[in-house]
Design a protein around this ligand. Structure first.
Ligand code: DQA
Length: 145
């Protein structure tokens, strides 16, 4: 069974209580549950990482090939706009990566308009609320099957 690594970046552990007007009321556990149901139907396996630490995310991406992941689904959160290290890890690992955002980063503050990571990803989905994750996972499933 193919394995997909799901990476949630900083502060996404606070979903459900964090800026609900922007990010909605679903918790991270609820999002992971919905992803797991879609994965189950599509016969792929998910492993989840939420981290507030850039280096931990870099390490997980760097090991993804050795750990036999076929793809990465990632919401890099604030690191989207700042992390050359996560971008370089995605570029290095050569595993298809899909970047997702709950909010539409292009309709928000200027500093959110640039993703350093999207150019080395297969694609990006932004602005569909928590459905962005499900759309991203479906895109990955179509890609790797
Ligand atoms: C986010 C958008 C980022 O700009 C922000 O820093 C986040 C969440 C989103 O899912 O909409 O933490 O990635």
């Amino acid at each position: 069974m193919k394995k997909i690594l799901v990476v949630h970046g900083p502060n996404l552990n606070l979903l459900g209580q964090r800026e609900k007007d922007i990010y909605g009321s679903a918790t991270l556990a609820e999002i992971n549950g919905a992803l797991s149901r879609l994965a189950g139907k599509s016969k792929v396996r998910l492993e989840f990482l939420q981290s507030n630490h850039e280096g931990e995310i870099v390490d997980a991406i760097g090991k993804a090939k050795k750990n036999k992941f076929s793809a990465i689904l990632m919401n890099p959160a604030a690191y989207t706009h700042t992390s050359v290290a996560i971008r370089d890890a995605v570029a290095a690992v050569e595993i298809p990566t899909v970047e997702v955002h709950i909010s539409n980063i292009y309709s928000r503050e200027d500093f959110r308009h640039q993703s350093l990571i999207a150019p080395v990803c297969h694609g990006q989905i932004s602005g569909f609320g928590t459905d962005s994750y499900l759309l991203g996972l479906q895109a990955i499933i179509n890609l790797i099957k």
